[in-house]
Design a protein around this ligand. Structure first.
Ligand code: PMT
Length: 413
């Protein structure tokens, strides 16, 4: 399987002679299974035509920040949200300086500023420009902001000189980009995720359920797999494709979800409960379709097992991240669930018409004993990556603490 399979790569092209290599780069990214969109600066269009990059990417090329048609279709915010990673290749000395300043006066700079996903630059410039202290300072600044700097290479340059500043070859850039996705904060960890709704049958044609689409849980499973974890996803009925590198188990009822989770929990380091499990099920399920009658009807319900609470009650529970779906008093209710279910962390979201359930965007407030972090409204795919990064930090903090406690216990034994 290709590491870039299904990934959305936004390629920024700034105005240097190495822009001719961007055509090959687009081709190679697509060979790796990536979907590629291209944003060009005005200067880049002097070196290579948008038509070439459009033909190779199979998508319109974007250039104008203030084009009203472009803004209506895919403006800088939409492009930034679409991307799983942004690579600027070539990145000229001028473009890097503008990145440092946080400029947003052309489309590519504005997209970079709006981007919440990994940003990489492939510098390309004359060797003297590369060695200038101004460029070195800019580079240090970008690195400190966790911008990935890919290259440059050393060798003969278009200006006739020889030295550092050549853009890396497209094949090398693609390999380094793949590595960015493989670097895993959860490398080697076994993660079990629940997602989607459950369905509790009333009779052969009717059931009780809720509005969960599974989008949040599937995004979390995908982000955990991207972070290097071995992921099993126990999912209620949803209309979503299983993410790459994720082992899927399909269930329908809460009891089936409980059985699937308990069957895998012994092999789990981290349990993430994003499913909206029905709290109750009909006490009796009719074998035949219940006939309509004029009389009122009462449905007797009985409680379903609380899967998350059952996991944390185990003698050696994994690290647990629960979700809290609330319609108000978010922090109070979430912190109550954190304590009542003995969780390590809880991610709370407001739900209701147009938020939390079903839609593509969400916002989360994450709480743990002694701390909290807020993640603003963004796509569930981005949010899941932010959440998984935080989870990895909290998991590591507990893991280190447990190790210190065990070592102390051994010392005093
Ligand atoms: O699927 P989407 O459309 O993308 O929507 C995402 C979401 C809103 C469903 C998701 O972000 C979310 O909040 N999931 C948890 C919903 C929920 O059931 O919350 P709760 O507050 O009722 O439950 C608290 C926690 O206990 C949850 O982790 C839940 O998975 C777990 N639980 C609840 C009941 C039960 N019987 N077993 C459980 O494991």
């Amino acid at each position: 399987m290709n590491t870039l399979s299904g990934k959305h790569i936004l390629l920024g092209v700034s105005g240097g002679i190495a822009a001719y290599k961007s055509a090959d780069l687009v081709r190679r990214l697509r060979e790796q299974g990536a979907e590629v969109r291209v944003v060009m600066t005005a200067a880049a269009r002097e070196f290579i035509t948008p038509l070439t990059l459009q033909a190779l990417s199979g998508q319109p090329v974007h250039s104008d920040l203030l084009d009203p048609r472009a803004e209506a279709a895919m403006g800088h915010i939409e492009l930034a949200r679409w991307a799983d990673a942004l690579l600027v290749a070539p990145a000229t000395a001028d473009f890097m300086a503008r990145l440092v300043q946080g400029r947003a006066d052309d489309l590519l700079a504005a997209v970079c500023l709006a981007c919440e996903v990994p940003l990489a630059v492939a510098p390309a410039m004359n060797r003297a420009m590369w060695q200038q202290s101004a460029t070195r300072d800019n580079l240090a600044n970008l690195r400190a902001r966790r911008v990935h700097v890919l290259g440059p290479d050393t060798g003969s340059q278009a200006c006739g000189e020889t030295g550092p500043g050549r853009m890396l070859e497209p094949g090398d850039l693609v390999r380094l980009l793949c590595g960015m996705f493989q670097e895993g904060a959860l490398a080697g960890r076994r993660v079990l995720v629940t997602a989607g709704p459950t369905r509790e049958p009333i009779d052969p044609v009717r059931y009780i359920s809720n509005r969960s689409s599974g989008k949040m849980g599937y995004a979390v499973a995908r982000a955990a797999a991207e972070a290097g974890a071995r992921v099993t996803l126990v999912s209620g009925p949803v209309a979503l494709a299983l993410p790459e590198r994720v082992n899927g188990i399909q269930v329908e009822t809460a009891e089936q979800m409980y059985a699937a989770v308990m069957g895998h929990i012994a092999d789990t380091d981290i349990f993430i409960a994003a499913a909206a499990v029905a709290d109750y099920r009909p006490r009796d399920t009719a074998g035949q379709k219940i006939k309509k009658s004029a009389a009122d009807m009462t449905l007797a319900l009985e409680p379903n097992p609380d899967i998350l609470a059952a996991v944390t009650a185990l003698p050696e529970p994994p690290f647990t991240l629960g979700f809290a779906a609330e319609t108000g008093a978010l922090e109070t209710n979430a912190r109550h669930k954190l304590r009542a279910k003995s969780l390590d962390m809880i991610a709370a979201n407001l739900v209701g018409p147009g938020q939390g359930f079903e839609v593509d965007d969400n916002a989360l407030q994450v709480f743990w004993d002694g701390g909290s972090q807020q993640f603003g409204l963004t796509r569930k795919t981005h949010l899941a990556r932010q959440l998984v990064a935080l989870l990895a930090q909290r998991y590591q903090a507990r893991y280190n603490k447990d190790t210190v406690v065990k070592l102390h216990a051994q010392d005093s034994a």
